[in-house]
Design a protein around this ligand. Structure first.
Ligand SMILES: [Zn+2]
Length: 389
């Protein structure tokens, strides 16, 4: 009898073990790794930026970063800390206001007490958000709707310094907000940038995509295909894809590279609108919205959505995407020969004021041979080429 009992116990424990193992098992999604990678590579870029050229904007960002409250995921104790140090540093920001609205940046996917505070404040203005501390799409919508009512605010659904100021004014009755009227009167809900245009020729190989020219959210290029080139990973991910015309050119370039003795690797090609939105939100939540905007494109603003772009790298830098690529054999070869295959280094050194992005020696954009050769030999940019400069 006791033997039977023991046997039963053993069977039950084994069953439990099995169930636990099953629920914890399963390989991680390859896309998670991609996210991580995007964030890591980008944070390196940010560091370089901060060290190399401390523009006014950078300094401002640093000041922002110095504020302990820019840390987004706070528990109660760090919240208290924020309050006390903010009082010392931030004279113009009374503690009464901090009880109404948190300081820092909050974007889609963030959660915690600060998000709850913001939701409560928006509800005081007449929004009807569930105060759950999760910054989901409904809250993003409310933020965007609020932003759309004031021309000085960027309609990006991200709660930052300026948006906070305006919500505070509205809560204090200094300005008036009418929930639901912002986006209704603003037909560019998907158009994040105030002054940006929607690209009218998204499928042209010369389509200009940047911070002022956004691809439509619905644009998915035709003829996406996996170029037959080396990748540093084996999974069949969407980021392998390019449009046929660019994939052919990339294969030709890689073959030529092989003959010249350089080992190029392709790292990241096509990226959908939704994917880019997720990447930007992740970067914004880690580095803050303004900082993220310096190195990461917002949805619709990424050339990767065209299917004409590939980030390339080398084993010498562990297949990462950073400016060290320029000093590898592969990077030097690409700089010299990419234009022969219709590619340009889209964000060249020293052209940030024109392209809106830091130097990215790894980011190749297909524009066709004629344009590529012209842009390369005149040391210019796609922006300047298209405007006839
Ligand atoms: Zn890129």
């Amino acid at each position: 009898m006791s033997n039977k009992k023991e046997l039963l116990l053993i069977i039950i424990s084994l069953l439990c073990l099995f169930l636990t193992a099953c629920s914890q098992g399963g390989s991680p999604e390859p896309t998670d790794e991609f996210d991580q990678e995007e964030t890591t590579e980008n944070s390196e870029e940010t560091k370089e930026n901060t060290e190399d050229n401390k523009s006014d904007k950078d300094k401002k960002e640093e000041t922002e970063k110095d504020k302990p409250s820019s840390d987004q995921k706070n528990n109660d104790s760090s919240e208290k800390q924020d309050d006390s140090s903010d009082k010392q540093k931030n004279e113009d920001d009374g503690s009464a206001n901090e009880k109404i609205l948190p300081v820092g940046t909050l974007s889609h996917g963030d959660s915690g007490q600060k998000v709850s505070m913001m939701q409560k404040a928006l509800n005081r203005l007449g929004y009807s958000l569930t105060v759950d501390g999760d910054l989901g799409w409904t809250t993003v919508w409310a933020i965007k709707d609020f932003q759309a009512q004031f021309p000085n605010l960027k309609i990006d659904g991200v709660y930052g310094k300026n948006t906070r100021e305006y919500i505070l004014k509205a809560v204090n009755g200094e300005i008036e907000a009418k929930p639901g009227t912002g986006l209704e009167n603003n037909d560019t809900e998907d158009n994040n940038e105030k002054n940006s245009n929607i690209v009218s020729n998204p499928s042209s190989i010369l389509a200009l995509v940047n911070k002022n020219n956004q691809l439509p959210a619905s644009y998915v290029p035709k003829n996406l295909t996996n170029p037959n080139v080396r990748f540093p990973f084996t999974e069949d991910l969407p980021k392998k894809q390019m449009r046929q015309v660019a994939a052919n050119a990339l294969e030709n370039m890689f073959n030529a590279g092989d003959k010249a003795g350089v080992d190029l690797f392709a790292q990241s090609g096509y990226r959908s609108y939704d994917r880019q939105r997720a990447i930007f939100a992740a970067n914004a939540s880690e580095h803050g919205h303004e900082a993220a905007n310096q190195f990461s494109a917002q949805a619709g603003e990424s050339e990767h959505q065209t299917g004409l772009t590939m980030d390339v790298t080398s084993a010498d830098i562990n297949y990462r995407l950073n400016t060290n690529f320029a000093n590898t054999d592969e990077g030097e070869w690409v700089k010299k020969h990419a234009s022969e295959y219709g590619f340009i280094i889209r964000y060249p050194k020293g052209k940030t004021s024109i392209t809106g992005y830091q130097y990215e020696p790894w980011h190749l954009r297909y524009v066709g041979e004629k344009a590529a050769k012209y842009i390369d030999s005149n040391n210019t940019t796609l922006e300047q080429y298209l405007s006839g400069q």
